[in-house]
Design a protein around this ligand. Structure first.
Ligand code: ADP
Ligand code: MG
Length: 328
């Protein structure tokens, strides 16, 4: 009985669904050591492909320019820091100034000058993972001298995502997601619906812990201790480093930040991970954030009052672990 009237309804829906020129298109490529997805809605296939290819070219160019030790602009700057002062390209100078501003706002927890420390730990390469932590004396020496070498890994992906969205908007594209390994910015909508975003569970590989519906222009960035790490003598060492100790951060498994600005969201997620379980709310407030979710090492979840109504958990287990925590 039900089926008899459901069928025409489905046919009707299909008939007024998106035509071929309005469908969703997705292009995927590897860049900055991660998978990048460019999802567009309402863009004809040929135009979508051309736009996605431009985004891919942009990502590769920025990666080259901002690699700390290659022959791009940042690699050259880092090389020159030990010798004579040279000229820094305007684009890179602007980026470094922005990174320094974030460093100041976070009391140095976000520290773009810790390139030598990242190198010491061996987290500088996209391909290889270190086998053991550096000797304690080497870390002590870094803490004592703090040589300046820039590493923009804590927010380069966010800046690249912002620029990719700007590139798409300049082409007249209004509905898009640029997703770099789970960190993304979404604009517009997917037809009648909002874009739906998944947030990964830090301790259940491959699982989505929570989901949210993106606003008209929103970035969702997560920093976690599960993205780049190795185990040595039963301990886990990961790539977010605390500039106060020289060692990987402790206490938080992941930090997710919601903000319009992808660059800020990226840097902020890294900074809050460094701030840790006690201090992340103060750092979030200092950066002007409102919507944040953190997952503690022991599985406890904290959400700010602005984040709480935005997300829904994919299982009751996650929901039970969650508490609201206000920002100062
Ligand atoms: P991912 O890029 O993997 O999503 P993050 O955004 O948290 O993760 O960036 C981690 C990278 O940032 C590290 O690989 C390193 O290059 C750099 N980094 C590590 N610790 C810090 C820090 N305290 N401040 C700024 N950058 C950092
Ligand atoms: Mg970051």
């Amino acid at each position: 009985m039900m089926r008899a009237w459901l069928l025409p309804a489905i046919l009707l829906l299909a008939a007024c669904g998106p035509g071929p020129e309005e469908a969703e298109t997705r292009h995927r490529f590897m860049a900055m050591g991660t998978l990048v997805d460019v999802t567009l809605y309402g863009v004809p296939a040929a135009e979508a492909e051309a736009a996605a290819r431009e985004v891919e070219t942009l990502f590769h160019a920025l990666h080259r320019e901002w690699q700390p030790y290659g022959d791009g602009a940042l690699g050259q700057l880092n090389h020159a820091l030990g010798t004579v002062p040279g000229t820094v390209p305007t684009d890179l100078a602007t980026l470094i100034a922005e990174a320094e501003r974030l460093a100041e706002a976070t009391g140095g927890l976000f520290d773009p000058r810790l390139g030598a420390l990242v190198k010491l730990w061996g987290f500088g390469s996209d391909e290889t993972m270190p086998a053991a932590p550096p000797p304690p004396e080497a870390i002590a020496a870094w803490l004592a001298t703090r040589p300046v070498e820039y590493d923009l890994g804590g927010f380069a992906k966010g800046v690249a995502v912002d620029r990719a969205i700007e590139l798409l908007q300049a082409r007249g594209i209004e509905h898009a997601i640029v997703n770099a390994g789970g960190d993304l910015r979404a604009i517009g909508r997917k037809g009648e619906r909002r874009w739906r975003i998944g947030i990964r569970a830090p301790r259940d590989a491959g699982k989505v812990m929570a989901a949210l519906e993106a606003g008209d222009d929103e970035s969702v960035f997560t920093s976690g201790d599960y993205e780049r790490w190795f185990e040595f003598e039963g301990r886990r060492y990961h790539h977010i480093l605390d500039p106060r100790t020289g060692y990987p951060t402790e206490g938080l498994a992941s930090v997710t930040v919601l903000h319009t600005d992808a660059a800020l969201a990226d840097a902020a997620a890294t900074a809050l991970a460094v701030a840790g379980p006690a201090d992340w709310p103060a750092t979030a407030a200092a950066l002007g954030l409102e919507a944040v979710m953190v997952v503690h090492d022991d599985g406890r979840i904290e959400l700010t009052p602005a984040m709480q109504p935005r997300v829904w958990f994919t299982s009751e287990d996650y929901g039970r672990q969650a508490r609201v925590r206000s920002l100062p």
